[in-house]
Design a protein around this ligand. Structure first.
Ligand code: GDP
Length: 310
């Protein structure tokens, strides 16, 4: 008998939702399948930005204002490495480096990304199960007029300024999903798609064939929380990326990204008038305040989402 809820997650928006969900459920009943398309190598280190954002959020150490990295972080290594001619556009904090050094060392020793994440979660006291979507190499590439760049180059180095022609999930078609990921989807009480960027946070997860198949086949209800309110995301470059991929920037566009497996969507109260046009086939549309400026709002939204499944 299933006793867990599964969440598909990117970074910032998912971290907020998960803090609410783990406040209203026993954390060990929460599984999180996390995007690895943002992963990158920097200074010889393997960086998994979304996995770390989730681990830091669930261990209460995330810098919630920035939405990434650790609270009370310092950047002395970054300052010292700049004059040595190393790339310094990617913000790596001193304490954060300890995570990347440990991950890289354990990966070199032969552990999978899933094994390493399980170990880090245990060390950080995270009771939810945090599952990278794949142990294989999946990399989101942004096609710009100047050529293909990595997601981190687009997002951090170029501050999402370049025009986007398309988005490519390099390696995803051949990537396998760990058994733990597939069974987490198959056996869940319900599955939530966190309010994350549909193209570069959830898209790379769905691009792993075994994951999309499992979502299409599972008997669990699949409920998305919109990251878009009106015609704009709450934060980040989702609008530009959705447009480039041919999706309307609206809650209806979010539904289209997930239409082959979605059962319900939760949209913001100011979008209530859209409900009738989104409610096609058997899709349920639920309206509430989906902004999570603090833990109380996140908790309330999590309770609402659990009620949709109830
Ligand atoms: P990125 O910042 O676009 O790379 O994507 P992430 O998936 O890491 O997180 C940002 C996403 O979360 C954006 O699409 C935001 O619109 C969404 N988001 C952030 N805060 C909130 C919130 O309080 N409520 C909702 N519904 N979405 C949010």
């Amino acid at each position: 008998m299933a006793n867990h809820y599964t969440v598909l997650a990117g970074g910032t928006g998912a971290a907020k939702f998960l803090r609410g969900l783990t406040a209203v459920l026993p954390p060990e009943e929460v599984h999180v399948i996390v995007n690895v398309g943002d992963d990158t190598e920097m200074w010889g280190l393997h960086i998994s930005p979304d996995v770390d954002t989730i681990l830091y959020a669930l261990s209460g150490r995330l810098d919630a204002e920035r939405g990434w990295g650790l609270r009370n972080e310092t950047f002395r290594c970054l300052e010292a490495i700049k004059p040595l001619g190393m790339p310094s556009w990617f913000q790596l904090g001193d304490a954060d480096l300890a995570t990347h050094l440990t991950r890289t060392e354990l990966l070199r020793g032969g552990l999978t990304l899933g094994d390493v994440t399980e170990r880090l979660a245990l060390l950080f006291g995270v009771q939810a199960k945090v599952l990278p979507a794949s142990n294989d190499r999946v990399r989101t590439k942004i096609d710009t007029p100047e050529g293909l760049i990595s997601f981190q180059e687009f997002f951090v180095r170029d501050r999402w300024q370049p025009d986007v022609r398309s988005v490519i999930y390099s390696g995803a078609a051949e990537a396998r999903a760990p058994i733990s990921v597939v069974s987490s989807i198959r056996e869940a009480k319900a599955i939530f798609i966190a309010p994350s960027n549909p193209i570069t946070s959830i898209g790379p997860i769905l691009a792993v064939p075994a994951i999309r198949d499992a979502l299409r086949c599972t008997r669990a209800d699949i409920i998305a929380i919109s990251p878009i309110i009106g015609t704009a995301p709450v934060s980040g470059p989702a609008a530009k990326l959705m447009e480039a991929c041919g999706y309307e920037v609206s809650p209806a566009g979010v539904v289209r990204c997930y239409k082959d497996f979605l059962d319900d969507v939760i949209i913001h109260e100011t979008d209530a008038a859209l409900a009738a046009s989104i409610r096609y086939d058997t899709l349920g549309v639920h309206v509430t305040d989906i902004l999570m400026p603090d833990i109380e709002n996140a908790r309330r939204l999590a309770e609402f989402a659990l009620g949709v499944n109830g």
